[in-house]
Structure formats: structure tokens, C-alpha cells
Write a new protein. Sequence first.
Length: 137
Amino acid sequence: MDASPFGGRRSSGNFLGSEFKKMNTVVKLDPHDVSSIPFQEASLDIWDKKYRLSAKDGSPIDKTMDDTYKRVARSLAEVESEELRELCYERFLWALRKGAIPAGRIISNAGALEPRPIDAGDPRRFSEGTAPAGDGG
């Protein structure tokens, strides 16, 4: 059993509650904490190029992926009332560390002083309403 920041305790094998039976699978997996699984090289490269917060001179502000999680959690919690802010920060941070992944634009921009531009070759720029004038968007 591990403690959940959302109140109460939960079984590590049955996160939906006692009314659900444990799922049988063909492959038996040992339960792991997300933090015990090493990041893949491609994941680190994508984080470094797209989501890691850097200063204008290119020096990294987020030294680790956990720094990114802390930045995002702090930014999300800032909109809460003063008395709930720290609790919400802890809950958001817990969720990020356990594998909850917000949209890329949230990871990139939460806690940054200025929004980061979307790459010109990124097809999402049109759906997000950020296409420059005269670019067909």
C-alpha cells in the first residue's frame, strides 16, 4: 500500500478500489515506481529540445526532468487560493512523477515568463491559432 496525496490509502495492485478484481495478464510484470524506470535516450532528447526551460542565452533552467515537473506543478498550483496552493502543488507534482503528462504546450510554457514559440514546421501551429499572418492560417 502506498499513500496517495488525494486522501486515503490505496493498494498498489488495485487502484480502482476493492469492487474491481485484479486483472489477469499473460505477462507477469513486477510493479515499478515510475521513477525506477530509466528514461530512454529519445525521451531525454525530446525533453531537452521541446520541453526543457532554457534562458534566452540557451543555458538550461530546468536541470533535470524533475525540475520540469516542479516548475509545471508550481505554475498550475499558483492559480489556487493561498491556503490550497501548497497542497495542490504536492498533488500536481505527485501526479507528474507518477506519469500524468499534460499537453506539450503546458509542459513547455507553464512557469515560463514568456511563451515559447511553436516550430514553423509543426502542424499544431494552425490548430492552436498561432499561425503567423499571411501563412494560410
